[in-house]
Design a protein around this ligand. Structure first.
Ligand code: SF4
Length: 962
């Protein structure tokens, strides 16, 4: 007979077990899918139940008032659960309340959420309802304790059946890696393995992984010797009003700017010219560049790389635009998406990690997910499994493809496992169009083109992000935990006090080999000597980071402990001459002395091992690759820290960052300028580079972008949006809005959002430059909006950005508040987004180390650097309002500086040609309502601005991005 379990679920007044109370308990006792007994009880918490909880659960105040208190039913509930394992969805939440109320002590806990992450890879959501739906389980009355407990039981039983369907080798691996751990799901897999063993008796275990060739037989693209130029007219005809696109798509709109862009890009292919194309929202630029790109690649046998900044655009290109072209173009073509190397599973590193005897619970949970997914995946792409936090992502970093440890020749010679990264690369070599993101494009540039197949034609979409992406690709961050983790890879103490790690592996492998005794002993002695140095190195590094922390404490004073943001301190000569910096220097000196010697010895060990190929040392190549990876990581840490403390490179920016959440420190470096790199590696060697975006110009000029990206020789083209902004977009500039630093500013922002939301019946998005301001606003406006029947969605309050946007799109009367990531890439077409509030002009934080360092390279940093960046950002934010020719919307800019400062004119001039209205805040709701009802604004009311000729420099604004 099987194990008895109890599925539990609670409803509570809130999320905090110390402050909130239980209002309903539901439980089902069951065995082998059969219900043995049930428990369902509403509980009186002795306090009012919040309205939103009443709405969510359907439990009314009257219902709890009539119910018994928790103390009255506690012993019945304790008896019900006994000592059986508790099964719950996000069981930690339920048990935290049960423990707090002394309802439970030592029962094992089984989380169906974690089990689902393992057994159902790739679900878009792991909420109970979504999982039940995926498993075909009916969940009626969700958010009532008993219904949820019952559904949890069914989900658990369905998941247990899934375990029994796993390949025998997969199940065996999961049991093996967890057998010495306290992992709560261990017993579930062990029980299933026993059941499976009975069912499989007499059957042979199949292979754990699908086997296959390391490198598939795909033919790389062959360049045509004498290619013909593109027939530009024939390509343009595809988009004509009676062309194939018009015939294929019911709602096709002929857009002259799109055709013009297609022609311009096609000519650039023919003439090998570089281009900067700003194409306004709605141009349809992806189709406009993809048609000539595909045609060129097919006609000439020369691949074209298309780079985007966001996954959204990559998805659109790969899943929508290119399939459309495949249907409509009279020739076939291949497309490949390549992601950064770290997105692909490395079977060799996975094998190595699975062998470790000291895996912790997070590692086991993630490895179990990978082991279940591995036989199913074609791509080995991490996005197909779900990693929920930083610790889990850190585990992935230990099994993903990594340039430091990768050795394709060795893997290729002996492995039957598929190498996902090289498989993707082979596919890319055979593709006409390769889609990448900016990070990969730049990683390839930074590694002398050893990631992507060679290419000469490049189209960069969302090119306004290229500088940031390049900066990120060339940045390095060294933190204490990461440094120590690298040391631990070499040697650490295992569960039975034995030394484990790569150095112990060397000792074991050498002793078991046919290596001559003198050589073996020398290697063992060197390995042991290195292992002995690790505790001292660890301690010295700790002292160094501690000295840095003290320096920060002194520098920031009271702000050190009283901030909601990470602290960042740029390290310049000014910091290096501070008296307190001496301690940083001394402690670094102490590290450097040992670390240098340590690196030299490690290098010697790697070299000596490399000469031992004839002595049958097991896994020698893996050991060398892994030791080399640790060597390079430690050497990089040495270089960054040493330069930051002593030998600053003038072209590199250094800073220390202290996490507000964890208190952890990291030393960072980034390039001062990326223009030279982009020019040398892209514009000069490539035959054609097209940079395009809806926002490349500032103050109607490409000069800023040219200078930032080294695009000196590129031709420029501006294609206006086909949207009629004057007819459809109203920009409202309040005349009585206080300056952002005025004490009444925040109140006005809150009042305006509420009043405008009521006038537009929601459908409103407010964009902030500071998360703190967003939260303050949410706190004040939420009760008012909810009382009026509106739903408020707040960035960061549960759910990913995508989920929040989806919910907003589908809601009738909804308001959404977002900060940085919402200023771009939000595409809500139609009436769902009709009003946009811009709380402040989006200036960068001037003390940000990169902003501060780059500012110093300008004569007038505010006008030459900070303002152009802010203009680009404002244009992006404004672009959220009108997403189709039919859209109509209102944008209110609540930053008075746009009219009170001379520089405000430059922001306004950068926006599309809209209808602009100035007036008091009180009139905004009325105007917004009329505008959205398709009423135009009377001509005399339209705004006229003071002349730009009176322009005078202003001091930098006081409020920034935070
Ligand atoms: S070739 Fe590199 S990425 Fe592929 S399996 Fe081998 S080590 Fe891993």
């Amino acid at each position: 007979m099987g194990q008895v379990y109890v599925a539990v679920d609670l409803e509570t007044t809130g999320l905090d077990p110390q402050k909130d109370d239980i209002i309903e308990l539901g439980a089902v006792r069951f065995r082998d899918g059969q219900v043995l007994d049930t428990f369902s009880q509403v509980v009186n918490p002795g306090r009012p139940v919040p309205v939103n909880i009443q709405q969510l659960t359907g439990i009314t105040q009257a219902e709890v008032d009539r119910a018994p208190s928790l103390s009255e039913i506690a012993s019945a509930f304790r008896r019900f659960i006994g000592e059986h394992p508790l099964v719950g969805h996000n069981v930690g939440f339920d048990t935290s309340f049960l423990k707090e109320n002394d309802l439970y002590r030592f029962n094992p806990e089984i989380d169906t959420w974690e089990l689902s992450l393992i057994l159902l890879p790739g679900l878009p959501s792991y909420k109970l309802g979504r999982i039940a739906e995926a498993l075909g389980i009916e969940l009626v009355d969700a958010h009532r304790a008993f219904a949820d407990a019952e559904a949890t039981m069914h989900v658990f039983e369905a998941l247990r059946r899934r375990i029994l369907e796993l390949p025998a080798a997969t199940l065996e691996q999961i049991v093996t890696i967890s057998q010495r751990s306290e992992w709560p799901l261990r017993t579930v897999f062990e029980d299933a393995a026993r059941d499976a063993a009975r069912a499989w008796a007499g059957r042979k275990a199949g292979p754990m992984r699908r086997t296959g060739p390391l490198f598939e037989e795909l033919q790389p693209l062959e360049p045509v010797e004498h290619p013909q130029p593109l027939d530009v007219d024939a390509l343009a005809a595809l988009l004509e009003p009676n062309g194939p696109f018009a015939r294929e798509f019911d709602h096709y709109e002929y857009r002259p700017p799109q055709v013009e862009m297609l022609r311009t890009v096609a000519e650039a292919f023919n003439q090998s010219r570089h281009l900067l194309i700003e194409a306004g929202t709605g141009t349809g630029k992806s189709i406009a560049y993809l048609i000539p790109a595909v045609a060129w690649a097919v006609q000439t046998g020369r691949r074209v790389l298309v780079s985007s900044n966001t996954i959204n655009l990559q998805d659109q290109l790969y899943h929508k635009d290119l399939p459309d072209l495949r249907r409509l173009l009279p020739f076939d073509f291949n497309v490949a998406v390549m992601k950064g190397r770290n997105n692909y599973l490395c079977p060799r590193r996975l094998r190595n990690l699975l062998r470790r005897p000291d895996l912790n619970e997070t590692e086991i949970s993630v490895l179990a997910r990978i082991l279940v997914w591995l036989p199913q995946t074609e791509t080995g792409d991490q996005s197909e499994i779900t990693l929920t936090n930083g610790k889990e992502r850190a585990v992935w970093q230990r099994v993903c493809s990594d340039s430091l440890t990768c050795s394709p020749e060795r893997c290729g010679m002996r492995s039957a496992e598929p190498c996902f990264f090289y498989r993707a690369r082979r596919k890319a070599e055979a593709a006409h169009v390769i889609i990448v993101n900016h990070a990969l494009l730049l990683a390839d540039v930074a590694t002398e083109n050893n990631v992507l197949p060679p290419y000469s034609y490049l189209i960069v979409d969302e090119a306004h992000h290229l500088e940031d992406a390049t900066t990120r690709a060339l940045s390095v961050s060294v933190d204490h935990a990461g440094f120590v983790a690298r040391l631990r890879e070499l040697a650490s103490t295992g569960s039975e006090q034995a030394t484990i790690g790569l150095l112990a592996d060397v000792v074991t492998a050498v002793r078991r080999s046919s290596c001559p005794p003198d050589k073996a002993e020398a290697l063992v002695a060197l390995s042991e000597e290195l292992a002995q140095q690790i505790p001292l190195l660890d301690m010295r590094m700790y002292e160094y980071f501690d000295a840095l922390d003290r320096f920060l404490m002194q520098h920031f004073g009271h702000k050190y402990d009283n901030t909601n943001y990470d602290l960042r301190l740029r390290i310049t000569q000014t910091e290096r001459v501070q008296p307190a910096w001496v301690n940083v220097e001394i402690t670094w000196d102490n590290v450097a002395l040992i670390l240098k010697r340590f690196l030299a010895s490690l290098d010697t060990l790697i070299k000596r091992l490399s000469d031992m190929g004839n002595y049958n040392i097991s896994d020698l190549e893996d050991l060398i690759a892994d030791l080399s990876a640790v060597y390079r990581a430690l050497a990089e840490a040495y270089d960054v820290c040493n330069s930051a403390v002593f030998e600053a490179h003038p072209e590199i920016i250094y800073w220390v960052r202290r996490s507000q959440r964890t208190g952890a420190l990291a030393i960072n470096s980034a390039p001062l300028s990326v223009a030279n790199l982009i020019e040398q590696h892209l514009f000069i060697p490539k035959d054609m580079v097209v940079l395009t975006s809806a926002t490349l110009r500032t103050n109607n000029s490409f000069d800023y972008l040219r200078q930032r990206l080294g695009a000196h020789e590129a031709e420029e083209r501006v294609l206006d949006s086909p949207f009629d902004y004057r007819a459809n977009a109203l920009v409202y500039l309040p005349t009585d809005m206080p300056e952002p630093n005025h004490k009444s500013y925040q109140t006005r922002v809150e009042e305006t959002i509420v009043a405008l939301s009521l006038a537009t019946e929601g459908r409103l998005m407010a964009l902030f430059t500071s998360y703190a301001q967003l939260l303050r606003t949410a706190e004040v406006i939420r009760p008012q909006l909810e009382a009026a029947g509106y739903t408020l969605y707040v960035q960061g309050e549960g759910g990913s950005r995508q989920q929040i946007l989806e919910a907003f799109r589908e809601s009738e009367r909804a308001v959404i508040l977002g900060t940085r990531s919402f200023w771009e890439g939000v595409d809500v077409q139609g009436e769902a987004l009709s009003a946009l509030v811009i709380a402040k002009l989006p200036f960068a934080v001037p003390t940000d180390p990169i902003v501060a360092a780059r500012s110093e390279t300008f004569d007038s940093p505010f006008y030459q650097y900070q303002m152009p960046e802010a203009i680009l950002q404002l244009r992006q934010g404004f672009g959220r309002l009108i997403r189709s020719a039919q859209d109509r919307g209102v944008c209110v800019i609540l930053d008075r500086r746009i009219t009170s400062k001379q520089y405000g004119r430059m922001f306004l001039d950068s926006l599309p040609d809209c209808t602009v209205l100035r007036g008091p805040l009180a009139n905004l709701p009325q105007h917004a309502r009329s505008w959205l009802q398709n009423k135009t604004v009377a001509e005399p009311e339209r705004a006229l601005f003071t002349g730009y000729e009176n322009y005078m420099p202003e001091p930098p604004p006081p409020e920034w991005w935070e």
